[in-house]
Design a protein around this ligand. Structure first.
Ligand SMILES: Nc1ncnc2c1ncn2[C@@H]1O[C@H](COP(=O)(O)OP(=O)(O)OP(=O)(O)O)[C@@H](O)[C@H]1O
Ligand SMILES: [Mg+2]
Length: 115
């Protein structure tokens, strides 16, 4: 199993929901977060720059999906094609390993807990 964490712009949420459930994801969570992207690393690379100022937080949505490893590529491709406008801050996707999933109601574990 894998966890896909995806940071998106608010206005993309509905389109992302449609695409993900068309692909049959077993569930997802959405959280309102604030974050900082690339400017932070640019500042680290050039700390002497007089023009660099402390990066500011920007509101973003964090989507978390846990799914079978086999489905990850398809989900990531769907996210990228839905989110990409070519502008800065289109978003960021991370893929993490997941050790276990447990459905509390039944005690089912692993894949059975997802679907
Ligand atoms: N390395 C990171 N770790 C954790 N969260 C991140 C990281 N990079 C980006 N994020 C989250 O993703 C959001 C969107 O990032 P963003 O799309 O601006 O990435 P970027 O790397 O700066 O790309 P771009 O150059 O297109 O702006 C950030 O506001 C933050 O919430
Ligand atoms: Mg950015």
């Amino acid at each position: 199993m894998k966890m896909v964490k995806c940071y998106i712009q608010y206005e993309k949420l509905e389109e992302v929901r449609e695409k993900l459930f068309a692909l049959g994801v077993p569930g997802l969570s959405v959280a309102e977060v604030k974050g900082i992207g690339k400017p932070m690393s640019q500042m680290r690379a050039h700390p002497e720059s007089k023009t660099s100022k402390l990066p500011q937080f920007h509101p973003s949505l964090e989507i978390t999906i846990v799914l079978e490893s086999d489905g990850v590529d398809e989900v990531v491709e769907a996210l990228v094609s839905t989110l990409r406008t070519g502008n800065l801050s289109d978003g960021k996707i991370f893929v993490l390993p997941v050790e276990q999933a447990i459905r509390v109601r039944t005690g089912e574990k692993g894949k059975q807990a997802l679907y």
